[in-house]
Design a protein around this ligand. Structure first.
Ligand code: PA5
Length: 463
C-alpha cells in the first residue's frame, strides 16, 4: 500500500468566494495539458532518455551495488562520499531521512556494524580539513562520485584525500580505500580507475546527475551504511507504477507538477517553497531544490526559442520556519506557493507529559505528543496560509521509512520531468553552469581556457 498522498485542497476554489483553481479544470484544460506532458515524458522514456524511471527495477545493478557495499563491512569505521550537486545531495537525503551514519556521534566515536557515512560536498578547506583530521585513514573508505568524472571540486577533493591516504596507509594500499562511481566508459575518473586498478560502479548514461540517487550514486553509500536500499527501490517502483497513468487526478507527480506550474504561469507564484515538517527531511528539501531549480531554469525552450523560464525553489523547515519565513509567506509578495511534506506516524512520538505548573501556556491535553503537536502546527499553518489567500499543497507520508522515502523520491523526480515538458524546457540538461566551469579552468591556468574578463583584483569599484 502506498504511503504517499498529495492533498491539494488548499490550491482549489471550492468554497464561496475562494481563490484558486476551479476543480472542473482538473478534468478539463489542466488534464489535457498534463496528458500532453505525460506523453512527452513517455516518449522520452521509450527513446531511452529518462533512465531514472527504470532504476527501481534495475535488479542486476542493485545486486552489484549490494555486493560492493558488503565488501566494506567490518573493515572500515567511516565512509566518505566525495561529490557535489547530484552526486551528493541524494546520498545525504537517504542518510538523513533514514537515520544511518549517526553523524551526531562524530568520527571519533566507536563505530557500529556499518561505517558512519559522511558526505563531503564542498571544497571549503575548513570543512574538509576538519573532517579528514577526525578520521583514522586506515579505517576510512572513500567513494568518489562524479558522473562526468571531470568535476573540478570532486577531483580536487580526491587529490587531497589520495595524498593523505598515501601518507598514512602507504601508496600501494591507497586503492583498497577507494571506489569510483562514474560513467561506464568515459571521463578522467574512469580512465584513472582503469590505469590504477581502482574498483568502480557505473552511473547509467541515460541518468542525469540530479536524477541519479537510485543508481549506484546513492545506493552504494546507503547500502554500505546499512540502509535498506531494497525497500527504497520497492517504494520507488510503486510510485513509478502510480505515475504511469496520464489521468491527472490519479497521478500524484502529475498533480504536483501541474499545479505548481499553473501557480507560476497563471498567478506569478514563481517561488516554490518546499517545507517538510520533519527534520529528517531537511536534506530532502535541499535535494528537491536542486532538482527543481537546475532542471527547470532554462534560457531556451524545447522549440529552440528563448524561454528564460524556471520557478525559484526555496527550501524551508516546519515548524522552525514558522518563526522565520512564515511572516513573509503570509504577508509578503503573493509570489509563492508552498509545498509541505508531512509524516503522520513517528517512530518515537515523545509524550509531552504534565507541566510543572498550571499556567495555561504549559497546558497540553493529556495524551498529546510532540508528533501530535508538529502535525497540528502544519495543519494550522496550511489553514492560515489558505485563509490569507496563500496557496499550498501537502505531500503526506503515512510514515517515514525506506519504502516511503523511495516513493517520495520518485514522486518528485517524475514531477520534475512532467514540469519540464509543461514549461517547454529540457529538464535533463544544465547548460547554464558550463561557463562558470570554463572560467574556473581558465583561472587555474589550464590550456585552452580563458579566465573571465575584468579579472583584476584591484579595480576601483569596491568599498
Ligand atoms: O544534476 C547534475 O547534472 C549536476 O548537478 C551534477 O550532479 C553536478 O554538477 C556534479 O556532476 P558530476 O557528477 O559529473 O561530478
Amino acid at each position: 500500500m502506498s504511503a504517499t498522498t498529495v492533498d491539494y485542497r488548499n490550491l482549489l476554489a471550492i468554497g464561496e468566494g475562494e481563490e484558486g483553481v476551479d476543480p472542473q479544470r482538473l478534468t478539463g484544460d489542466l488534464a489535457s495539458r498534463f496528458r500532453v506532458a505525460h506523453e512527452e515524458v513517455e516518449r522520452a522514456r521509450r527513446d531511452g532518455c529518462m533512465g531514472f524511471f527504470d532504476l527501481p527495477r534495475a535488479a542486476e545493478a542493485a545486486a552489484r551495488v549490494r555486493r560492493a557495499a558488503a565488501g566494506l563491512r567490518g573493515r572500515f569505521d567511516d565512509l566518505v562520499v566525495l561529490g557535489i550537486g547530484g552526486s551528493a545531495l541524494g546520498t545525504r537525503t537517504l542518510r538523513d531521512a533514514l537515520g544511518a551514519g549517526d553523524p551526531v556521534r562524530g568520527p571519533g566515536a566507536a563505530a557500529g556494524p556499518h561505517p558512519r557515512l559522511h558526505v563531503a560536498d564542498n571544497i571549503d578547506p575548513h570543512s574538509i580539513g576538519t573532517l579528514l583530521d577526525g578520521l583514522d585513514m586506515r579505517r576510512t573508505f572513500f567513494n568518489v562520485v562524479s558522473k562526468s568524472g571531470s568535476t573540478t571540486e570532486t577531483l580536487a577533493q580526491y587529490v587531497v584525500v589520495a595524498e593523505r591516504l598515501a601518507g598514512e596507509v602507504g601508496p600501494d594500499q591507497v586503492r583498497k580505500h577507494l571506489l569510483f562511481t562514474t560513467d561506464p566508459e568515459r571521463g578522467p575518473l574512469r580512465a584513472l580507475a582503469e590505469a590504477a586498478g581502482i574498483p568502480t560502479l557505473p552511473v547509467p548514461r541515460n541518468v542525469a546527475g540530479r536524477f541519479s540517487v537510485l543508481s549506484a550514486v546513492g545506493l552504494f553509500p546507503a547500502a554500505a551504511a546499512g540502509l535498506d536500499v531494497t525497500a527504497v527501490l520497492r517504494g520507488a517502483a510503486r510510485m513509478e507504477r502510480r505515475c504511469r497513468t496520464d489521468e491527472l487526478t490519479l497521478n500524484p507527480a502529475g498533480v504536483v507538477a501541474t499545479l505548481l506550474y499553473r501557480a507560476d504561469v497563471e498567478c506569478g507564484q514563481r517561488v516554490h517553497v518546499f517545507m517538510p515538517y520533519c527534520d529528517r527531511l531537511r536534506s530532502f528539501a535541499l535535494w528537491v531544490q536542486q532538482l527543481w531549480g537546475e532542471s527547470l531554469g532554462k534560457a531556451t525552450g524545447l522549440d529552440g526559442r528563448p524561454a528564460a523560464t524556471g520557478p525559484t525553489p526555496l527550501p524551508a523547515a516546519g515548524a522552525t520556519d514558522q518563526h522565520s519565513l512564515l511572516q513573509l509567506f503570509m504577508e509578503g509578495p503573493a509570489d509563492k506557493v508552498v509545498c509541505f511534506v508531512t509524516v503522520d506516524a513517528a517512530d518515537d512520538p515523545v509524550p509531552i507529559g504534565n507541566a510543572p505548573a498550571s499556567w495555561p501556556a504549559f497546558e497540553f491535553p493529556e495524551g498529546h505528543t510532540l508528533n501530535h503537536l508538529i502535525t497540528l502546527e502544519h495543519a494550522a499553518t496550511a489553514a492560515a496560509l489558505r485563509t490569507g489567500g496563500r496557496p499550498n499543497l501537502t505531500v503526506r507520508l503515512a510514515r517515514l521509512d525506506a519504502e516511503a522515502l523511495g516513493e517520495l523520491i520518485l514522486l518528485f523526480q517524475a514531477a520534475t520531468a512532467y514540469a519540464g515538458f509543461l514549461y517547454g524546457v529540457d529538464p535533463l540538461t544544465q547548460p547554464g553552469v558550463e561557463l562558470g566551469k570554463r572560467y574556473v579552468h581558465g583561472l587555474l591556468g589550464r590550456s585552452g581556457y580563458h579566465p573571465p574578463p575584468l579579472e583584476e583584483a584591484n579595480h576601483p569599484w569596491q568599498v
